[in-house]
Design a binder for this molecule. Structure first.
Ligand code: HEM
Ligand SMILES: [Ca+2]
Ligand SMILES: [Ca+2]
Length: 272
């Protein structure tokens, strides 16, 4: 199992479940009147969807039309977290898959990297995740990467004063120009200390002004969130416990009931 795939599974859970429901709406490809949520600019950098199809094909071969794509999203995120050294927890099953995609809702549901903390806290609150849970769930940024396109505005023309100057120099090395070529795949690791471990280095970094996205660093400048950052930075067990709680809430967001959904044969298309 590739660790990078595990990282993708964790991000899939957020991008699916916060848009309407944990219903695999994210996984639909553009086809027959559907425009994929994957085409949203919020989905920038998402990768490894092909492995969800591999899992689905194996599950269908063993037990047809029984395990939804939405359950695969939830269970693969759970397993991805454990593989990355994050918390282990039980997750409910029985989710149904959506019969449509919600591209038009993606931008309202998933905040932008430079939105205000109030907007982000409101978004999480609307799916039942409180401030403590919101601080923990952003700790998913303890793994993975950010492309330069999402960073350069903090480096050029002047360095964002909330960014650690030595770290800014390092990031300039990763992202040498103000206008990164979108084809060049320039990026920085989310957490330079333990890039592939889902641990509390994310919070230790924030306290040293080494947050990568504006939204990450704002956790230390907002008096509502700072106390939780400080506590998570010194207590990985507490971080994992809050992260589990928040991810379970996310994974149970607004489930489809009765015939609102189906069990897709192929996660990329609604059933014929
Ligand atoms: C306010 C909320 C959030 C915002 C604005 C946000 C934004 C972003 C951005 C801009 C990236 C970098 C994309 C790229 O340049 O390739 C990213 C990466 C990532 N995000 Fe978030 N995110 C948020 C919350 C979350 C949550 C709640 C999770 C999971 C529970 C999550 C998981 C990840 C992961 C794992 C990556 C790394 C992906 C990879 O390396 O392939 N994010 N996020
Ligand atoms: Ca969804
Ligand atoms: Ca880490």
């Amino acid at each position: 199992m590739n660790m990078v795939t595990a990282v993708s599974w964790v991000r899939n859970l957020f991008h699916d479940c916060i848009v309407k429901s944990c219903d695999a709406s994210l996984l639909l490809d553009s086809a027959s009147g559907i425009i994929s949520e994957k085409t949203s600019e919020r989905s920038f950098g998402m990768r490894n969807f092909k492995y969800v199809n591999t899992i689905k094909a194996a599950v269908e071969a063993a037990c047809p039309l029984t395990v939804s794509c939405a359950d695969i999203v939830a269970l693969s995120a759970r397993d991805g977290l454990a593989i990355l050294g994050g918390p282990s927890f039980e997750i409910k099953t029985g989710r149904k898959d959506s019969k449509q995609s919600y591209l038009a809702d993606v931008k309202d549901s998933i905040p932008n990297h430079n939105d205000s903390m109030s907007l982000v806290l409101d978004r999480f609150q609307s799916i039942g995740i409180d401030v403590e849970g919101a601080v923990a769930i952003l700790g998913a940024h303890s793994v993975g990467r950010v492309h330069c396109i999402n960073l350069v505005h903090r480096l050029y023309p002047t360095v964002d004063p909330t960014l650690n100057p030595a770290y800014a120099e390092y990031l300039k090395g990763r992202c040498p120009t103000a206008n990164p070529d979108p084809e060049a795949v320039l990026y920085a690791r989310n957490d330079r200390e333990t890039p592939m471990i889902l641990d509390n280095y994310y919070y230790k970094n924030l306290l040293k002004n080494k947050g990568l996205l504006i939204i990450d660093q704002q956790l230390t400048s907002d008096p509502r969130t700072l106390p939780y950052v400080e506590k998570m930075a010194v207590d990985n067990g507490y971080f994992h416990q809050q992260l589990s709680r928040a991810l379970i809430l996310l994974s149970e967001n607004n489930p489809l009931i009765a015939d609102q959904g189906e069990i897709r044969k192929d996660c990329r298309y609604v059933n014929k």
